[in-house]
Design a protein around this ligand. Structure first.
Ligand code: SF4
Ligand code: SF4
Length: 136
């Protein structure tokens, strides 16, 4: 029997990492995730939408506010929802059931690979105002 939650999960990804993480990658979120579903790519980290349980524990610890519930992603970041999910298909990782048993990858989703370089070490989030961007 398919539960309402299963149906919901098929319609959207869960929490999503957006562009403020690119070139920061401090991994504060990894230690908070109870199901170890945050994986390391070349320029940023990616949340596996099949493994994320929507607990929200990762969101407040991110120093650059890069983590969003999918439904609250700013319009300008919407493509990152698909990119987080597609990363696992493109790399062949699939859903391995935990990042700790997986080596950090050097590759990224093309959207992230081509993203302009972030100003690492500035201590500021160049996208901070994005929290005020209206959602669609
Ligand atoms: S805490 Fe934020 S910046 Fe650090 S790795 Fe996680 S998403 Fe990226
Ligand atoms: S919402 Fe919870 S389960 Fe999903 S990535 Fe964040 S800490 Fe992990």
């Amino acid at each position: 029997m398919v539960s309402p939650r299963d149906i919901s999960r098929r319609r959207c990804v869960t929490y999503v990492i957006g562009p403020p993480c690119i070139d920061v990658k401090d991994a504060s979120c990894v230690a908070e995730c109870p199901v170890d579903c945050i994986y390391i790519g070349g320029r940023m980290l990616y949340i596996n939408p099949e493994e994320c349980i929507d607990c929200g524990a990762c969101e407040p610890v991110c120093p650059v506010e890069a983590i969003y519930p999918a439904e609250y992603l700013p319009v300008a970041f919407k493509a990152f929802s698909g990119a987080n999910a597609e990363f696992f298909e493109r790399t062949g990782l699939g859903s391995p059931g935990g990042a700790s048993g997986v080596e950090a990858l050097e590759e990224d989703h093309p959207l992230i690979a081509d993203w302009p370089r972030n100003n690492v070490g500035s201590g500021t989030n160049p996208y901070a105002s994005s929290r005020n961007i209206s959602e669609d």
